[in-house]
Design a protein around this ligand. Sequence first.
Ligand SMILES: [Fe+2]
Ligand SMILES: [Fe+2]
Length: 280
Amino acid sequence: MSSLPEIKDHQQSEEKKNEVNDANHNNAVISSYWGITRPKVRREDGTEWPWNCFMPWDSYRADVSIDVTKHHTPKSLTDKVAFRSVKFLRVLSDLYFKERYGCHAMMLETIAAVPGMVGGMLLHLKSLRKFQHSGGWIKALLEEAENERMHLMTMVELVKPSWHERLLIFTAQGVFFNAFFVFYLLSPKAAHRFVGYLEEEAVISYTQHLDAIESGKVENVPAPAIAIDYWRLPKDATLKDVVTVIRADEAHHRDVNHFASDIHHQGKELKEAPAPIGYH
Ligand SMILES: [Fe+2]
Ligand SMILES: [Fe+2]
């Protein structure tokens, strides 16, 4: 049986734990023996920057003037196989998601953030092995992966995944990461073309999402706070604004990946062409 002082000690330590949790929650700066502190960062309007996951210099205004109808006509056998594979996956995903646009977007982003990371990682390893510069392509592909992950962080504010969706994501990631890793090792040319077509489908999906918002099928809710800061949107931005900027991002990824595949099609390596760093 516990004695009274023990119970009191336990209560005090619980209170202390709660205080620490509150401090973490309130973004209080935790003092560090290692001298690691985050300097106070402010928005352009002088208000305090609330995010640790990205900084104001990572945020940008999306170029929404990009052509969202552009399509790469498959020419080579590689192109045709990549195009048909993506179209087949599209049929499967349409059967599964039907008109659940938010859920579709969230699941899509868990996959879309993989290729840039795999491509960037493999180019990084190649640079180490061959003592070669990458021409900026490591950074460009990792930027793409990060941008896709921010799409996911935005979408998850709007759609809460169920346990079976989480299980599906878990399984899909295990399969897709490993399959894409081998795919990129065997043929970066085909892998980038495949991603180019995936991005074309992402543009189509977000266009359908926008149509559903405009027709009132999907409620045009206020934009999540993270999206307002990441894309420097107005404070009263809505879901429609968010989907518009995400669609513009996807169109940029489409161009980057088709461009990368074109470089390989010309018998060249990526490092021989300027990498689209900071291309939004
Ligand atoms: Fe995305
Ligand atoms: Fe994308």
